[in-house]
Ligand binder design. Sequence first.
Ligand code: SF4
Length: 213
Amino acid sequence: MIYKLEHPVAGEIGTTKYQCTITWRNGKLIADEPPASGGQDEGPDPYTLLLTSVVSCTLITLRMYIDRKGWDIAAISVQANLFRNNKDDKPVTFIDRDIKFLSPVTAEQREKLTDIAKSCPVSKILQGEIVVRTFAYNDSETEKQIKYGNDEITVLWKPDFCRHSGRCVTQLPGVFNTQAHPWIRMQGASSAEIIAQVGKCPTGALSIQRKPS
Ligand code: SF4
């Protein structure tokens, strides 16, 4: 299992209704709710962010395809909205996406680009099976830790923080192997690879100490 994003999207909320600070790969943005829902509209709400993903993925995918084809289509606009309805007695979310070509396109190009839009990566995700896995952690768990070292670094593992999500085991099995003893084998990868993997532990169960050179 390899995550799509090297840096996961992370968010925090305090007591200010309902401002969430979202940290992404290259910066931060605010998510909020409109006043009707008790927020201050300082940033997009979660539904808007979901649709932002659809709109931007559609636009980027179309632009890549158009550029690859060398077609002269200068500008495209996309808008999206969603509603919930019942279908066969089950609640279903419908996302409507409108694509407008702001330069002339032939009927053939329009048909092809519509197909390309339908299969943009985010569309595929939303139309495939999605499982949202939720892990919950407590910031005040115990501090017991076990150390594993090589010549350059020490990996600290706090078993009480480990939620056995399996991320380290599946992503760097040469080092992290719950069937082996010890379960962390420092000779299984370079220090750089181990440091990178430790950085992906979602709970803080793993951390690194560098040894003085
Ligand atoms: S990634 Fe972290 S929480 Fe998940 S199994 Fe490894 S050490 Fe435990």
